[in-house]
Design a protein around this ligand. Structure first.
Ligand code: F6P
Length: 367
């Protein structure tokens, strides 16, 4: 027999999606029901369904059956669901309004004992602000970019690097056949983790990341050296979307007319065009884009997502709000949300991974 007054907890996914979100939702639901006998509801489309006072979606064990390996999120997500800056049409004009009080009221009305927020730095900053105003929030770090400093790794990153490495492997075979320079632009925002890790794993010749502004002369010198010393030369150039030349700045896509945030993109094509002009080699450019965010999570991400999800429910049960689960020395631990969002995690240009890459001959355009 189940107790009549079961406590209710909620889970939401915000910001860009990534592989492993469903694995976290499944772990939250299973742990909450099996270990604590909670009811679980899903908040759909980031915080939007709280803001719009839509009824939350009940999540049972059967709702999460079969979703461990599924990409995306069954709850939907959005990068435009900030209750502190929520777009609202007033007298024909679009304004940003603060709907946070409304969200707090909804949490009370629904009698939520805990709200587990799965997100990257943007969503977790909102979660922290809501917590400062009294919401019983626990955070879980997700991002393909791996740019959160309070955890060794975010879930989603491993899956994205597997996809990116696979793409580089595929470019390798065609580059080799045609003796071409293949440039591939990868995601990561202002952190070069995806480019660095998949570039090394995929045997790139050049890796350009935001943390190391590049000199194109040095990039071209590497390509020319390869073309002189191998009869059938080809080169693989991995470019992080946030990379930029010494003295230059990051490249953004033309803004769409929907008032959305600025999006990085275009540096791969710029680098490719310049290499072609300066080396006289045949160059092709690939932009991998959102393929990095899709598909099934890797076993590593499924495990991490499951550990994060279960640990987040434990935090709710102990009323440890305002905390975020994190991975430290391969153990799951918890850190204060306010510390977790303080500083983005970037690649250390003098760190061991970059030094290793340089030791095996990869050029970053800085020397
Ligand atoms: O933060 C994840 C990420 O995929 C970044 O790597 C990328 O710059 C951005 O989101 C793309 O955002 P959108 O899905 O809005 O185009």
């Amino acid at each position: 027999m189940r107790a009549k007054n079961r406590k209710t907890i909620a889970v939401s996914t915000g910001g860009g999606d990534c592989p492993g979100l469903n694995a976290v939702i499944r772990a939250v639901v299973r742990t909450a029901i099996s270990k604590y006998d909670y009811e679980v509801v899903g908040i759909e489309e980031g915080f939007n369904s709280l803001i719009e006072a839509e009824p939350p979606r009940k999540l049972t064990l059967s709702d999460v059956r079969g979703i461990l390996r599924r990409g995306g999120t069954i709850l939907g997500t959005t990068s435009r669901g900030d209750p502190f800056h929520y777009p609202e049409m007033r007298r024909g004009t679009l304004r940003m309004v603060d709907r946070s009080a409304h969200v707090l009221r909804r949490i009370e009305e629904l009698n939520l004992q805990g709200l587990i927020v799965i997100g990257g730095d943007g969503t977790l900053s909102i979660a922290n602000e809501l917590h400062q105003k009294g919401a019983p929030v626990v955070g879980i770090p997700k991002s393909i970019d791996n740019d959160l400093s309070a955890t060794e790794v975010t879930f989603g990153f491993d899956s994205a690097t597997v996809t990116a490495t696979d793409a580089i492997d595929k470019l390798h075979t065609t580059a080799e056949s045609h003796h071409r320079v293949m440039v591939i632009e990868l995601m990561g925002r202002n952190a070069g983790w995806i480019a660095l890790v998949s570039g090394i794993a995929g045997g790139a010749d050049v890796i350009l990341i935001p943390e190391i502004p590049f000199d194109l002369q040095k990039v071209c010198a590497k390509i020319m050296q390869r073309s002189r010393s191998h009869r059938h030369a080809f080169s693989i150039v991995v470019v992080a979307e946030g990379a930029y030349a010494v003295g230059g700045s990051a490249v953004y896509l033309p803004q769409q007319g929907d008032g959305g945030a600025l999006r990085l993109g275009g540096i791969g094509q710029q680098v490719g065009d310049l290499i072609a002009a300066r080396t006289n080699q045949e160059v092709r450019v690939t932009v991998l884009g959102h393929i990095q965010r899709g598909g099934s999570p890797t076993p590593f991400d499924r495990l991490l997502a499951t550990r994060f999800g279960a640990a987040a429910v434990d935090l709710v049960a102990c009323r440890q709000f305002g905390r975020m689960v994190s991975l430290s020395c391969n153990q799951i631990t918890a850190v204060a949300l306010k510390d977790a969002i303080k500083k983005p995690k970037q690649v250390d240009p003098d760190g061991e991974i970059v030094r290793t890459a340089k030791a095996v001959g990869i050029v970053f355009g800085d020397q």
